[in-house]
Design a protein around this ligand. Structure first.
Ligand code: ATP
Length: 264
């Protein structure tokens, strides 16, 4: 439990507006968490598990953080492969502890990234630790109804290779949402989100078109913006290396110069 509390819990500052594009997906996720939280007749059962699948870097982790951020819920961010590799024999105990803590600190969002690392369709190449961790996870997902009637604990899982998942996993995640690469409109939004506070003097349409052609993901776009911002900073602040000689307290008093980003 201490391991879970110290290592797997994050505070999520992410809001829905921090996510560019994915309008339909955002609406589905909002729907899911709102219906989970509201008082309702017994026959209406909210989704307990949602599977997000799609290419890398398209915002799956971001969406899970936004669910937590919008509810001010406790956010558990678990990369399946890192739990099994670090805590070989203990990995299934960690899952049990994780759900105990999640119920204690409800509302909670549990995000299991790379769930495919725990299973393959043919059961080949999966370690005993992964197998045990998966079986505990599935038991927790099944048993939840009885243990935490009034608690909101939503499990979101993510994979880039949904075809590797077996039926045992898929059936626990009846709500499956495809997270696509950004289209032109989404690309423009993601560029704006990642250049907040900096004036843009660029042909956003032209750049977005090129990015879509090259199949840029949200992560690629973020990196592109970061690169452009660094180049601009280097250009405008010729004295950076002089400033490197100053102590921290002096540096805190100075302001970094910026200017509009241009096409170059
Ligand atoms: P992976 O499958 O590789 O784990 P992922 O789908 O979980 O990737 P994220 O970690 O959510 O991707 O995205 C990586 C980064 O890319 C985010 O931190 C964010 O800065 C940026 N990003 C990705 N998609 C979007 C988006 N739709 N809007 C804004 N930023 C995005």
């Amino acid at each position: 439990k201490n391991y879970v509390k110290n290592n797997l819990i994050q505070k999520s500052p992410v809001k829905w507006d921090d996510i560019g594009g994915l309008e339909d997906v955002k609406r589905l996720m909002m729907e899911t968490i709102v219906i989970s939280a509201l008082q309702k007749p017994k026959s209406i059962q909210p989704w307990k598990g949602v599977l997000l699948f799609g290419p890398p870097g398209t915002g799956k982790t971001l969406l899970a953080s936004a669910c937590a951020g919008s509810l001010d819920a406790t956010f558990f961010n678990v990369k399946a492969s890192s739990v099994t590799s670090k805590y070989f024999g203990e990995s299934s105990k960690i899952i049990t502890a994780l759900y105990e803590v999640a119920r204690e600190l409800s509302p909670s969002i549990v995000f299991i990234d790379e769930i495919d690392a725990l299973t393959t369709k043919r059961g080949e190449g999966v370690s005993e630790a992964s197998r045990r961790m998966l079986s505990t996870l599935l038991t927790e997902l099944d048993g939840f109804q009885d243990k935490g009637k009034d608690l909101l604990v939503l499990t979101l899982s993510a994979t880039n290779t949904p075809w590797d998942l077996d039926e045992a996993v898929l059936s626990r995640f009846p709500r499956r949402i495809y997270i696509p690469l950004p289209d032109k409109k989404a690309t423009k939004e993601i560029i704006k989100i990642n250049t907040k506070g900096i004036e843009l003097n660029i042909d956003l349409d032209e750049i977005a078109e090129k990015c879509v052609e090259r199949l840029y993901s949200g992560r690629d776009l973020k990196n592109l913006c970061q690169e452009a911002i660094w180049n601009m900073i280097r250009d405008v602040n010729k004295n950076l290396y002089e400033l490197a000689k100053l102590p921290y307290n002096e540096l805190r008093k100075r302001k970094l110069k910026t200017r509009a980003l241009t096409n170059n």
